[in-house]
Ligand binder design. Structure first.
Ligand code: HEC
Length: 372
């Protein structure tokens, strides 16, 4: 396969082809098929069977029904046939549900998602996911970081001697450096699952739900995953220090090793755990009802939304739920927002006269309910 070095060139060519096709008469959408290409990938923590892998054309971090997708086989592999012009421009996402099986640890009990940056399709692993998380975090801070630079960052943080894009499973039995890459990947996978909000999502587990329910559940799951990925980026050093030669891991990856990892790596603390949409089941009344009156001053989420768009979007992105630059720390926490401003985090000091207690309360209310 020819590696496309400059996706833009190709995008322009394909736009031109599309325009010609559209004006070419015949009234058909079916003429002049663009060249297609196949890309193969392997999903791994251990090799993962039955993961849904897709080309994330719209970049929302999800596998939508309109996107080319497939499921991995027992070797964690899947091959997708995609328009040739998308090989160099879209990233792959793997949704691992409770219908997936990890060759190292067995049936997956807590769902999670993995991804890999544009143009790096060979492997989708927790390591490649951290590369994309680094790219996303930098992008939210207004910085463009290449996949290579982000990979170096992750590799360095985990003190790995091998590329994070390599297939560590293929080489871990004969090479200690790849064994370590596999250990780090598993540490991250366990931390990601441990950080799950305690409710179950899988790409196919929503049998019986309406398609809109499925969609919003998927969206909610994704918001949590985005928080988890960016939170894990801050934990690379902690994962790096986990001792995989501990007796709990002596017999390989398994429950005792996973439990040990959990004692070493705290879950990502999610400012808000996006709850799945309520189902028809009537919820039991909580024993401790949430107080009706929040701390003063009360915030208006609607006002907060407007304030966010005017003052925060440029650095924290249009969708706060993606937690760019830790914005979700401000959910329900005006004091955190005001603290970030007074400590001039990321240059936020300039907001000192604009965002006062009331505005911070409004934005905090909006962040706690970004879906409004
Ligand atoms: C000029 C860019 C910029 C603007 C504008 C900005 N922020 Fe930030 N903010 C940042 C950066 C960068 C960080 C991350 C600093 C870090 O990584 O510790 C941050 C961090 C935060 C945090 C997390 C603080 C913590 O405890 O780690 C909150 C909450 C926050 N911003 C809220 C807001 C709100 C609300 C607005 C709009 C009123 C806003 N920011 C506007 C750049 C900005």
């Amino acid at each position: 396969m020819t590696l496309i070095r400059n996706p833009w060139t190709l995008t322009f060519i394909s736009a031109a082809v599309a325009a010609v096709t559209a004006c070419g008469g015949g009234g058909g959408m079916s003429t002049t098929p663009l060249a297609s290409a196949t890309i193969s990938t392997t999903v791994m923590d251990g090799l993962i069977q039955n993961a849904v892998v897709c080309l994330d054309t719209n970049g929302n971090g999800l596998c939508d029904t309109a996107e080319v997708q497939g499921r991995t086989d027992a070797n964690g592999q899947v091959t997708l046939t995609i328009p040739a012009d998308q090989v160099g421009t879209a990233k792959l996402v793997a949704m691992i549900g409770t219908d997936a099986i990890d060759a190292d640890t067995g049936p997956v009990t807590t769902p999670y998602t993995l991804t890999t940056p544009v143009g790096r399709h060979g492997v989708i692993s927790p390591l490649t996911t951290m590369v994309q998380a680094k790219i996303d975090a930098d992008k939210a801070a207004g910085k463009t970081t290449s996949a290579d630079a982000a990979a170096t960052f992750v590799q360095t943080a985990l003190t790995l001697k091998v590329s994070v894009f390599d297939n560590f499973i293929a080489k871990r039995n004969s090479n200690a450096d790849y064994k370590k890459a596999g250990d780090m990947a598993h540490g991250l996978a366990v931390a990601a699952q441990e950080s799950n909000c305690g409710w179950s999502h899988s790409a196919t587990s929503t049998t019986g739900a309406s398609s809109s329910e499925k969609e919003s559940e998927t969206e909610a799951a994704h918001q949590n995953e985005a928080h988890i990925h960016s939170g894990l980026l801050d934990k690379l050093g902690t994962v790096q220090s986990v001792d995989f030669s501990h007796s709990a891991c002596a017999s390989g990856m398994g429950k005792s090793c996973d439990d040990y990892i959990k004692t070493q790596v705290a879950p990502v603390s999610l400012a808000t755990c996006t709850a799945p949409p309520t189902t028809s089941t009537v919820p039991t009344t909580p024993t401790t009802p949430t107080p009706a009156t929040p701390a003063t001053p009360a915030g208006s989420a609607a006002t907060g939304k407007t304030l966010y768009a005017a003052n925060c979007v440029m650095c924290h992105g249009a969708n706060p739920a993606l937690n760019a630059n830790k914005i979700m720390k401000g959910a329900n926490s005006p004091s955190n927002i005001l603290g970030a401003i007074s400590s001039n985090a990321g240059g936020m000091g300039m907001l000192k006269t604009t965002i006062l207690a009331q505005q911070a309360a409004d934005i905090a209310a909006y962040l706690a309910n970004p879906g409004i």
